[in-house]
Design a protein around this ligand. Structure first.
Ligand code: PLP
Length: 400
């Protein structure tokens, strides 16, 4: 008898149709199955590559103390949390991590989610009411945008970092909404530039609004105490009752998961309403332990982040000397903008042949005509390596 599964599945034609649209637009996505090496490099198709595509900014994923604490938690707690936090997945070490994050960030309270994406989705949709107005930077991360949409509030985008435009949108909306929310990444992941958070806070105050800041790429690397851009906020501003601050455990903290810090009442509301918190298995205890150690290391020693910041400044200046366009980058995320998507793909491919993984970023991840390579500097990279990369980049550019 003929297997019904082997017959052509006509009822799935719509899937092929959608895949064809993606493929024909040149937007089909592929993953590379890699092996990770202890020195932070990667192996792809038997070739060892320098990884300029990782957010493990402080190289903590391979740090002996981080690995040791993860291993200890693995033996004590097992691999997974086994249930959502409100059922039985919340342990003593989850509570300890939340207290340590709140203390480090200087907030009343904190809540840990099993991903940074879930933290944004859950926090925004829990706090923002359908009768509210959200003003979101045009280049905010997908998880912020999805959180905003989930809230069913009115959503307006202000031009990237443009406070005049933001103020104008607020003026036009005045009075028609229950509450105003201003939402921004603090360190933008595609351009490596900083949000004007002090101006945004002034606008927040002036309009009796609330400010949501996502410090995902800044946590651990940026600011005097490595808590991100808000390290520059003077305490006397009394900003903490108006700010909801989000971060991830999966970038500089080298673990997995996300967190939100805020006033106690706000955290209580999120805990009671955020569906990505309530209906998702709690963060693995192994990741909790790793993140706790990463925070301790960050608080003990600023040399690694100082190194990453100075190496990033060095690379930015050398790329500028070469006449390349690095956009507004002022951080460890450095785009090299070629505009043309095909040229960008070619250069990325040639760099791969030279031993460097530098991901090409094309629309729709970035606006039309702004295709770029995106370099992420981490503590795995040495000055010699960066100099060698610059030589290889010159060579590749001369051939393309
Ligand atoms: C700004 C921003 N927020 C949130 C996230 C999501 O974090 P996670 O990877 O922990 O889910 C990312 C991930 O790239 C991000 O760039």
């Amino acid at each position: 008898m003929e297997n019904p599964e082997s017959q052509s599945a006509d009822h799935l034609d719509w899937v092929q149709h959608e895949l064809d649209i993606i493929t024909n637009a040149g937007l089909k996505r592929f993953r590379k199955a890699l092996n990770f090496c202890p020195d932070g490099s990667i192996v792809y198709r038997k070739k060892k590559l320098v990884n300029f595509a990782s957010s493990d900014y402080l190289a903590f994923s391979k740090h002996p103390a981080v690995i040791h604490s993860a291993r200890k938690a693995l033996h004590s707690y097992g691999v997974g949390a086994g249930a959502s936090p409100l059922v039985s997945g919340y342990t003593q070490i989850h509570r300890a991590l939340e207290r340590e994050i709140a203390q480090w960030e200087g907030f009343d309270d904190a809540l840990v989610f099993s991903s940074g994406f879930g933290a944004n989705l859950g926090t925004i949709s829990a706090l923002v009411h359908p009768k509210d107005l959200i003003l979101s930077d045009a280049l905010n991360h997908a998880s912020i945008i999805d959180g905003c949409r989930l809230s069913r509030a009115t959503l307006r985008f202000y031009k990237h970092k443009d406070c005049d435009h933001l103020q104008d949108l607020i003026l036009r909306a005045k009075g028609n909404f229950r509450k105003l929310w201003i939402i921004t990444d603090t360190l933008f992941s595609m351009d490596g530039d900083h949000a004007p958070i002090e101006k945004l806070f002034q606008i927040t105050l002036k309009n009796d609004a609330m400010l949501i800041l996502d410090e995902a790429h800044a946590t651990g690397v940026t600011g005097v105490d490595a808590r991100g851009l808000t390290d520059t906020f003077p305490a006397e501003l009394g900003w903490k009752s108006r700010v909801v601050k989000l971060g991830t455990l999966s970038k500089a903290l080298a673990s997995q998961g996300g967190f939100v810090c805020a006033n106690k009442k706000i955290i209580a509301l999120i805990k009671n309403k955020a569906r990505s918190y309530i209906f998702s298995t709690a963060l693995s205890p192994v990741c909790v332990a790793a993140a706790r150690t990463a925070i301790k290391l960050i608080n003990k020693d600023n040399s690694l982040r100082a190194y990453v910041n100075s190496l990033s400044a060095y690379l930015r200046s050398k790329l500028l000397d070469m006449g390349l366009d690095i956009g507004p980058s002022e951080s460890h995320i450095i785009p090299v903008i070629f505009r043309d998507a095909e040229k960008t793909m070619r250069i990325s491919k040639s760099l791969l042949e030279q031993g460097y993984l530098v991901p090409p970023i094309r629309p729709p991840s970035v606006p039309e005509n702004s295709s770029r390579l995106r370099i992420s500097i981490t503590a795995f990279h040495s000055h010699d390596l960066v100099n060698d990369f610059l030589l290889k980049l010159k060579l590749v550019l001369s051939q393309n």
